[in-house]
Design a protein around this ligand. Sequence first.
Ligand SMILES: C=C(OP(=O)(O)O)C(=O)O
Length: 749
Amino acid sequence: MILDRHTAPFAVDVQATVLEALRRISENQARVAFLVDEHGTVRGTLSDGDVRRWLVAQPSPDLGALALDAANTDFVSVAEGTPVAEIAELFGRGIDRIPVVDDRGRLVAVATPGARTLTIGSRTVGEGSPSLIIGEIGNNHQGDVDLAKRLVDECVSAGVDTVKFQLRDMAALYRSGSSASAGEDLGAQYTMNLLAKYSLSVEDMYRVFDHCAAREVNVICTPWDLPSADALNSYGMPGYKIASADLTHHDLLTRVAGFGAPMIVSTGMSTEQEITGAVDVLRSQGAPFALLQTQSTYPAPYKDVNLRYMDRLAELGDCLVGYSGHERGWHVPVAAVARGARIIEKHVTLDKTLEGNDHKVSLLPEELSAMVRQIREVEEALGSDRPRELSTGELMNRVNLAKSLVATRDLRSGETVTAADVEVKSPGRGLQPHQRDALLGVTLHRDVPSGDFFYAGDLAGRPQARSDYSFHRPWGLPVRFHDFRALLEVSEPDFLEFHQSAKDMELDLGQFFDSGEKLDQFFTVHAPDLYPGDFLIDLASPDEEIWERSIREVQRVVDLTRDLRKHFTCDEDPIVIITMGGFLPDRHLRPEERYPLYERVQQGLERVDEEGVRLTAQTLPPFPWLMGGQQFHNLFVEPEDTVWFCETYDRRLTLDVSHSKLAANFYQRPFSEYLEAMGSHTEHLHIVDSVGVDGEGVQVGEGEVDFKDLAERMDRLAPTAPFIPEIWMGHVNNGEGFFTALDRLREWF
Ligand SMILES: C=C(OP(=O)(O)O)C(=O)O
């Protein structure tokens, strides 16, 4: 059981309305709030159930009514000082939060049956949250306030959640007082001498805590004796650490538990019996606590670290567990997180050669940064045990690498598929091999040429109906040279968008168009994404060879576009969509690093003869799936620098809705900001849904884009920009995915 002295999340003013009280209940996620008057006296408790009962009893419920009307005024509470065991007996029968009140009925704590969460300052850590990373400065400040502050600053830069210090009152701590160590054993004498030299006074420590507050980083501290504990309590620490060395110091445990703030308790150099003894003390005090597995040697041999003991600690303490590390390097804390540590403590120093044991096992600031980064990466990688979902990248790779059912001969509409008509071949664009049984015996409703894929639509056994589309802006279909005729047979788009592969760039247009043929529509061209030799267009590249080739490839796309124009009736110059580049394999650039890259893009474009085309820069996602894996896009991702590029160089955009929504999600900004900023620079639209930060190309209505809002904004900001539905794999089964998207988009566009 825990006595939570952080009562603010539970308290609601007695004058609050039902709605205000409900808001508090949903914020604290405890299903109950306590109504307190101006003196802090509890006047009633209001649970979810109380509100429900009140609602059904009202002829016309009014959420603006006083919460007190719905509250339980005959509630269970306990007096401060009630033994924990007695309080524990009151839980059950719907009661899992009990107000603890002083002799005047004022709320002083909330008793809960035990929660595996701790809140330290601004940070709550629980089973499902990122781990709490503590930068242990300890005494590595060498008794110097400025050095202590610098260490705090380094911890902030490294991204730790909390910094930690140690406080000692040498006179109270050592039997021989603060200076006389002569009679001590060699080890103790060495430690005492160091501590005497390098400790900070309480006042200096407070100064450093103030610096932590100014840097907005949570700070905790280990009191090594009772006076230090009291001094820390006077400052008002949001949490306390108990060193392994104090696990058997039950008076200290009890004193600190009485402060009511969370306790993080190390268990090094202790027997299991001593650990359970400490747990009993903490429980009897109702202290919110976590236990840390620790090997109290400096540096600790890996064979003694024993991360698996965290499982046992979780059982013994029925609490959150973590790891306080004294080994070399930082791979063990990273592994500890993967093994369930919710708290990591690791020492930090500016110089490993300074005097004192701790410096040797401390991380330098850049190492601490690396540890924090790697822990966060591992936490992301841990994922969940929910049913497996394929990432967009995997889906793409699956098309390239997996197998499909294909026809062994030319099959005619009306024929029934037999085993001899079907074989398994790569790529994985059609029905998957395990769907063969479902396909056999199906009567085809279309011709399937030899080597062509069978699709889900073939199983449905009915032809796909295509309706006439009419949108209040021009609409088109993404096509390839080899499939546009088939799509034109079933639909009448205003334009075709030729999505070029590097191989398509080599093809002779005469293969696809009769000489003199002119199709009665316009067209756009999307430059290839990938070229042989893993080459990607990168007009921002500092590498001259890549940059020069990128310029050449863009020119080839422009030239092809001019050639294609002969076969279309275009009133305006055709739009060409280019992914301009600026990606990196391993990181995102800071905003100020992006501008020189845009300048480089522009220099490259100035070398391209753009006569007769409208070159546009496609807006890009933060994590493109290039060459089968995750990369990092930097340019045309955030609106400010994208708009800067457009305005500075008089350039236009192809706004890819999926890409830009992913960017908005990644940068945790409203998508509307992206649309408002980039909308008026938009020449062309790729309309498609998206999920998360890298789920692109999603079918309309199956992701997170608000299409009504999108349509309203685009009608205002880019009313004439044409669009295509750019659904990933939308072309299979003769454009099935594109037509589904168009069917859905009719509602808004
Ligand atoms: C020495 C300390 O802890 P640990 O036992 O985790 O090293 C401390 O918190 O001061």
